[in-house]
Ligand binder design. Structure first.
Ligand SMILES: *Cc1c(COP(=O)(O)O)cnc(C)c1O
Length: 428
């Protein structure tokens, strides 16, 4: 019991003991036998195991690296200081600019003229539209009227911002002339939305971004890109298809690009806007900006994430440490865990799998990975989710798969313990 004070805190342990002792008293008062001290201790430990924090830690065995339900990109370790120079200039000893350190890093890393950070990408788009397009028209291709899941629907968000959506083209094909014909005095901007979570193939076309930028120049209408994923490194190096990075998008001359902080940037939840001072200036002045501002913990994590990329050390960011782990290393770790499980009589296979980046980043594309295949179905998956730490898995045919692509090597030991506890009940 003393050992569990470390893990659960003395108060929780005391409360569990009191509750078990009072249960036992009641039992004795009703004429029952007094439980043995061993039984009391067992019950206390059970109670403690059942008590979980509001957001329990999870080992991600799903093979989806950016899992929206598990917090998207894994977060950098490290604690927020109690007090920090958040809006304080330590040199001058007076009030400083809250976003200055982030804006400086974003501009350097992405080569952008101006930058702004809000609470998430939906907020970024909302602020952009509210500041530039309230009561005016925004032109969007019918092939890009996206729903991201968890209630982000482009047409609805646009309506809420006060912008009027003007749809052009068809689901599969939109031409430059479609945009051309839609532009008039009421047009506030052309919005391009990235097809983050689906893929269109076959008889499809849409104008190149450069053509839209050109049209925007000719007509004096800005071009905005809801890029979404925040792709900033060449994905080709991880065996995925190259897609235009945020830097490459900016180089086409678009007015603004916006994306999430917790997808391919590998940072905390945030909405990042980059572009010209002309595009971002009105957002900075807008009263909604204050309503959408990110918490200090986000700014601290974002600065540290950007510092890693600026230093050319993407592997210091947890998502890129996972992405940079080679499949044969995953296989080696899977075999080692399997040996430990077999030594306890558990039957387990090591199988090659395909993992996914997830989070609406690279739909239809997978990465080579390795998993532990455990004979069992929903009941085993449920036991694993109930363990401490909880292990979230993928179920396939008659197996529960624990894919190692999103498991950090330092979690292997606690993963093994959790698997043993679920597979050999009573022997932990
Ligand atoms: C993910 C995504 C969003 C929503 O971003 P949040 O940060 O979840 O608000 C919006 N647009 C695109 C294209 C996306 O990929």
């Amino acid at each position: 019991v003393a050992a569990s004070c470390q893990r659960h805190g003395a108060t929780a342990v005391r409360d569990a003991i009191r509750s078990v002792v009072s249960e036992a008293r009641g039992q004795i008062e009703r004429g029952g036998a007094a439980p043995s001290i061993e039984a009391v201790v067992r019950r206390v430990l059970e109670l403690l195991a059942e008590s979980r924090p509001g957001y329990p830690e999870v080992i991600n065995g799903t093979g989806i690296l950016i899992h929206t339900n598990l917090g998207r990109a894994p977060r950098l370790e490290g604690l927020l200081p109690s007090y920090l120079a958040l809006e304080y200039d330590l040199v001058a000893g007076e009030r400083g600019e809250r976003l200055a350190p982030i804006v400086d890093r974003l501009r350097r890393y992405f080569g952008a003229e101006a930058a702004l950070v809000v609470s998430n990408n939906a907020a970024a788009l909302f602020l952009l539209l509210a500041a530039h397009a309230a009561g005016r028209e925004v032109v969007v291709s019918r092939g890009e009227l996206i729903e991201i899941g968890g209630s982000f629907r482009l047409p609805e968000l646009m309506a809420a911002s006060g912008a009027r959506l003007v749809e052009v083209g068809c689901t599969n094909r939109t031409h430059l002339r479609d945009y051309e014909q839609a532009v008039n005095e009421a047009t506030a901007g052309l919005l391009v939305a990235h097809r983050s979570n689906f893929h269109m193939d076959g008889f499809v076309t849409s104008p190149a971004l450069a053509e839209l930028v050109n049209l925007g120049r000719r007509t004096g209408v800005p071009v905005w890109v809801d890029q979404g994923s925040g792709c900033h490194l060449d994905l080709g190096q991880f065996g995925l298809r190259h897609e235009p990075t945020v830097r490459e998008l900016l180089a086409t001359g678009i007015d603004a690009v916006l994306f999430s902080g917790d997808k391919l940037l590998g940072g905390p939840q945030a909405g990042i806007l980059l572009g010209s001072s002309r595009a971002l200036g009105p957002l900075r002045q807008h009263p909604l900006r204050r309503a959408l501002r990110p918490d200090k913990s986000v700014l601290v994590a974002l600065a540290a994430t950007l510092d890693a990329f600026l230093a050319g050390q993407p592997q210091a960011v947890p998502l890129y440490r996972l992405l940079g782990t080679r499949a044969d290393e995953l296989a080696r770790r899977a075999r080692r865990i399997a040996r430990r499980l077999r030594a306890s009589g558990v039957s387990v296979e090591v199988v090659a799998t395909r993992a996914a980046l997830g989070g609406g980043t690279t739909p239809e594309q997978t990465l080579p990975s390795w998993a532990l295949a455990l004979p069992g179905k929903a009941a085993l998956a449920e036991r694993l989710r109930g363990g401490a730490p909880a292990v979230v898995t993928r179920t396939e045919a008659n197996h529960v798969l624990v894919d190692l692509s999103a498991v950090f090597s330092e979690q292997d030991r606690s993963l093994t313990t959790a698997l043993l506890a679920a597979l050999t009940p009573g022997t932990e």
